[in-house]
Design a protein around this ligand. Sequence first.
Ligand code: PEP
Ligand code: MG
Length: 560
Amino acid sequence: MATFTGVGSTPLSGVGTARWFRPSALELPDRPDPATVDSAAERDRFEDARDAARAAIREARDRAAAAVGEDEAAVFEAHEQFLDDPQLVGAIEESIDDGTPAEHAVADAYADAIAQFEGMEGRMAERADDLRDVRDRLLRELLDVDSVDLGSLPEGTVLLADRLTPSDTAGLDPDAVAGVATVTGGRTSHAAIIARSLAIPAVVGVGEALTDVSDGATVLVDGEAGEVVVDPDAERRASVSGVDAPVVTEHVETADGRKIEVAANVGRPAELDPATARGADGIGLYRTEFLFLDRDTPPDEDEQFEAITDALAAFPDERVVVRTLDVGGDKQVPYLDLPDEPNPFLGRRGVRLSLGDHADLFETQLRALLKAAATDAGDDLAVMVPMVARVEEVEDVLSRVEAVAATLDAEGVDYAIPDLGAMVETPAASYVAGALADRLDFLSIGTNDLTQYVMAADRENDGVADLHDPLHPAVLRAIDRTVTAAHERGAWVGMCGEMAGDPDLTELLVGLGLDELSMSAVTVPAVKARIRETDSETAAALAREVLACETRSAVASRLD
Ligand code: PEP
Ligand code: MG
C-alpha cells in the first residue's frame, strides 16, 4: 500500500482502476525512405483516420451537449471544422503524395498550423490547444494507440493526469469516474472547482511521485485527507465514503437560532440540478463566464436572459446571486481577444474589463439581468461584480445600471433593478468595504482571489501552495474587517470562495459573522449539519481568539 500526498480538492473518496490520461504521449516511428512509401495506401489510411476521428468528435459533441449544454458542446464543432480544413487537408495530401507516411504528414501540417496560432497576438494561442486535440485524435487512429476518451471512461475509473483543463474536467462522466488525481494543479484552479461541482473525488498537486502509479493499479483517491493510495488494504477501502451528511432542504440555523444561508456556486446550467438535490438555499455565486467559454461568439442577450431565468426557476423563492463576467486571469476567452499581459492576474480582469474594453458585453449582460429581475421570480435576483478595487468602480457600475434602466424604459421593455453587490477579492476592497457597503446591498468575499492577493501567492502555482492559505492571520483579518464594516452599514456579507465549503471551518466562519456561505454543492449537506451543531457565542469567542493569533501555526493549534 503506497500513499502519495497532494491537495484534497473534492472532499469525497472513491476507489477504482487507474487510467493515465496522457494526451501528448504519441511517438512517431522513424521516417522511411520516401521511395518505399505507397502513397495511395497512405491516403486511404489518412481518410480512414479522419472518418474515425469525425465519428469520435461527433460522439463527444452529443455527450457534452447532453451533460453540460449545447453551448459547451460548440467546441467540438470547431474541432470538426479543423478536421476538414481545406488548407490542412491539402497540405497533408500533398505531403503523402511526396512519399511521406500519413502520420508524419499529419504531424507536420498540424505543427505548422499550431505554430501559426501560437504566434498570434492575444489569446488566439488557445486555438492551438484545439488543433493539438484534433491532431492527437488523428495520430491515435493512425498509430493505433488506445485513447482515453474522457467522456466514456469505464465505470470505476480513477483518472490520473499531469493536469486537466477545465474543458477536460467538464467532459468527465461523474457516474463513471471514481476519482481524479493530478501531478500539478491547486485546489482553487477552475478544473478542481469543476470536479467539485461534479462531485468527483479529487486530489491535485500530488507531484511527480504520482507518475509511479501504473495503469490498471487499484487506487483510492481520498479528497478529504488529500491522499492517493495504491493497493489500499481492506480497512482503507472500507473507509471510502463521501461527505455523507443527510441532505437538508430547509434553511438552517445555529443551535442558538442564528440563520445562515448555505448556497451553491454554479457555473453551468447542468450544475443547477445537483445543487437543488444537495439542498442548497439558492445560488450564492453564478459564475457567468462559463457561459462564454468553449464557443466562438459571446452569448447574446436572450441566451443570457434564459440562463438567468432558468437559475431563478430552479430555486423558487431563494436568492440567486449572479456574478457579472469575470474573464481575464486564468479564464481566457479566445474570441474576446483579451490583452496579452505579463501578469494577467494583476491586469485587466473582471470589472476592469466590464468598465473598459468590454463595456459592450457588460451592457448586454446588464440588459439581460434587469429584464430577468422584472420576471415573476425576479425579486430573488441579486447581481454582483467581481475584482473590485476602487469605490469609483462601484459608482461607475451603478451609473451604468441606471443608464441601461433608462434605455429599457425608453424602449418600453419591462425591467427592475435587482439587489447589487460587490465581491471582496482584493485587499483594497477589504480596506474600503464600508464605503462599498454604503453604496450596495451586499458584499461577497471571494477567498480564492483574496488569499492570492493578500499573500502574493498565485492560486495556480504549486510552488507557493503553502502560502495560498486562507487561514493565514492576514487573510482572516481581511475577512473580519470586511464583515464588520459591511454590518456597520447594514449590508449582508457572504463568502463564496472555496473556504466557505470546508465544514471544518464552518464554526470559525459563523464566528466571524458571515450571513451566507456559498460553495460547491457537494459540501452543502455537511456545512448545514455543522451550522446546526454550532453555538454562535462560542463560535464568536473562537473567532476572537483566532484573530488574535500572529502566526498560521497558532491559528492551526487553536482550530485543532
Ligand atoms: C474567489 O476568487 O474566491 C471566487 C469565488 O471567484 P473565482 O474562484 O471564480 O475567481
Ligand atoms: Mg475570484
